[in-house]
Ligand binder design. Sequence first.
Ligand code: CP
Length: 308
Amino acid sequence: MPRHFLRDDDLAPDELLAVLDLADEMKADRHRYRPLAGPQAVALIFDKPTLRTQLSFSVGISELGGQPVVVDGRLAGIGQRESIADVTRVVSRQVAAIVWRTFGQDSIEEMAALSPVPVINALTDQFHPCQILADLQTVREHKGHLAGLSFAYVGDAANNMAHSYLLGAAAAGLDVRLAGPPEYQPDPRIVADAERIAAGTGASITVTDVVEKALDGADVVVTDTWVSMGQEAEKDAREAPFLPYAVTADSLEHAASDAIVLHCLPAYRGKEISAEVLDGPRSVVWDEAENRLHAQKALLAFLLERSV
Ligand code: CP
């Protein structure tokens, strides 16, 4: 049976830590592990724009001894030109794993249900779990540990990053705080899932519309664009509600004096984060972007090893 990674809680808390440990090893010695030697191919399918995800998976698959094959999902027309089922049957005969960035979580779940090889979520409208692996690796590098740290995400608490932080940071035992406008709060089903995970890891979950409550003494401060992919037509309407949630030098006064700042990128300076913060000494966003490479290599190696 293949092991898939469709949402953050597809890794149990102990498995998450094992992947992060392996990511650290892979970062220290980039060419030591070659589970894709052959080379075996991995399909990278993108229905939405990308820089970091395509780059880091392509480089990572090559470093693991494999052959990345990028497929333009808009040309393939998955679900329109051809059914998800038929695409899965064709692609999975030729590759060791499938990485897919698409719209609905239901689409990637449909692919995974049919695929004999691991399927990895490279971002859907609901989750972005690969990003959270890199973020947790980055936090641990800078803070030395994860459990017990206070982790404040402010901005669009209804988007895929917010949902993935709820699940992934709960699994890592963090004090997870999400603050967003009342009309942009997370899916309550995912909050409930995060609370279930937290009960077993010692994490805590706070969801609020009060930005200061999330930021109070926080060790880690995180934000994301206010306009996720597919929401471009709502760009102007989405600005006003989020203005109080911007990460700025002033708002960081509420956080711990040694707080670090993450952003998955691309960032919009002067919108969700000020240039002063993004380009300032507390920002670890370039480490975070690099760690996509190491974390995803570790994930691929883990899933391939656990798939029988
Ligand atoms: N953070 C992230 O997923 O970047 P891309 O959209 O450029 O892949």
